[in-house]
Design a protein around this ligand. Structure first.
Ligand code: SF4
Ligand code: SF4
Length: 56
């Protein structure tokens, strides 16, 4: 399992602020999750206002 940010991301930055593992960074257009750092805690899914983060 892994978490990915889809094109529904509006680059608000909320998920990056809330991620305790510091696994989310700003990509070219949308934010991206570093799978190597992500602990799959699920916090980012809960805080994203556009439901742009999904399990793949
Ligand atoms: S699932 Fe948790 S560790 Fe992984 S990117 Fe989201 S907030 Fe960060
Ligand atoms: S919280 Fe959602 S909309 Fe905001 S930067 Fe993260 S993925 Fe994008």
């Amino acid at each position: 399992m892994a978490f990915v940010i889809t094109e529904d991301c509006v680059a608000c930055g909320t998920c990056a602020d809330e991620c305790e593992a510091d696994a989310i960074g700003e990509g070219e257009d949308i934010y991206v999750i570093d799978e190597g750092k992500c602990t799959e805690c699920g916090t980012c899914i809960e805080v994203c206002p556009t439901e742009a983060i999904v399990e793949k």
